[in-house]
Design a protein around this ligand. Structure first.
Ligand SMILES: C[S@@+](CC[C@H](N)C(=O)[O-])C[C@H]1O[C@@H](n2cnc3c(N)ncnc32)[C@H](O)[C@@H]1O
Length: 290
């Protein structure tokens, strides 16, 4: 039988320290009962009776590597859906995309976008859907969209491209009909769009192996981090932005109000949530048109 009591303060502190050292996620004391409930579910699956037994598995060299991904799945919040934040996607279609087309359309015809902390993939696939619908002469382009996350469960779900009705609740009916097919209770994204996105493991604490992106999205994840980890995440995503490219933080964006984060980022702030690495003076549509 799995114990029904909550984690003691001391047990919580040990797990919180582990979460922080592995994922940079700061778990405040008020999350004690939430963490207790989530851990219990995992312990039930492993048929363990106590939080201490579970901690020992995570701490032991022989079992830690195998169990850590499950533990991180338990502690991360993965809420996401297609077309989350309509304002962002309007700005992407109306301002950024035309600028990318003007920049690359006559030369490389290559477009690179990274959805950092992509969870189950809805954000990365939203980008792919917009590109597939709105990028003129789509088939003549080399489009690379990368989604990354620390949760291996989420990466696995993302690569399947199968979603429930909630994930599509903010998706235009015409887009849904054109690019999704009903699969029981769920909806399956067309292979043609699914194949535009590659998913890979990445911890925002670490530098990203690819660079030179036209756009990097870092949304709805900084709020789980303390300042040193926010700094790392902002620096690692900003460093992957190419000349003339953009970083979008948006939503809950702590950067503008923190001199320390702005300093770490080294990009130019434009509209709320949007940051730019100038290619040459006044190269951005925002600089010209406001
Ligand atoms: C709330 S979801 C955000 C999904 C999407 N970006 C959006 O805005 O809809 C947060 C994601 O951040 C991931 N995450 C948490 N800590 C991370 C870390 N250190 N490195 C990479 N991803 C992390 C979680 O696994 C989760 O999938």
């Amino acid at each position: 039988m799995v114990q029904l009591t909550a984690l003691s303060e001391e047990q919580f502190a040990r797990f919180a320290k582990l979460v922080y050292s592995r994922a940079g996620i700061h778990l405040p004391a008020e999350k004690r009962s939430l963490l207790s409930n989530r851990l219990r579910r995992r312990m039930r699956a492993l048929q363990l009776d106590s939080f201490d037994q579970y901690y020992d598995i995570l701490a032991a060299a022989s079992t830690s590597e195998e169990e850590l991904p499950h533990f991180l799945n338990v502690v991360t919040t993965n809420e996401t859906y297609f077309f989350r934040n309509t304002q962002l996607w309007r700005m992407f279609s109306d301002k950024l995309l035309p600028e990318f087309v003007a920049k690359h359309g006559n030369k490389s015809k290559r477009l690179r976008i990274w959805s950092a902390a992509s969870s189950s993939g809805e954000e990365a696939y939203t980008i792919a859907l917009i590109l597939r619908e709105k990028l003129p002469d789509f088939h003549s382009w080399r489009v690379e969209v990368i989604g990354s996350d620390i949760s291996r469960n989420m990466l696995e779900r993302a690569s399947k491209g199968i979603y429930n009705a909630y994930a599509l609740s903010k998706t235009d009916a015409a887009v849904k009909t054109k690019w999704f097919t009903k699969d029981g209770e769920n909806f399956r994204l067309a292979d043609e769009v699914r194949k535009l996105v590659k998913f890979q493991f990445h911890n925002l604490r670490d530098a990203f192996p690819q660079r030179d992106f036209d756009l990097v999205l870092l949304r709805n994840v900084l709020m789980y981090f303390d300042t040193p980890m926010k700094k790392l995440a902002v620096t690692n995503t900003a460093n992957a932005v190419g000349a003339g490219g953009y970083l979008y933080i948006g939503d809950v964006d702590p950067t503008r109000t923190s001199a320390e984060l702005m300093e770490a980022m080294k990009l130019q702030p434009l509209t709320p949530g949007l940051y730019h690495r100038p290619a040459a003076p006044a190269a951005s549509a925002f600089a010209k048109n406001g």
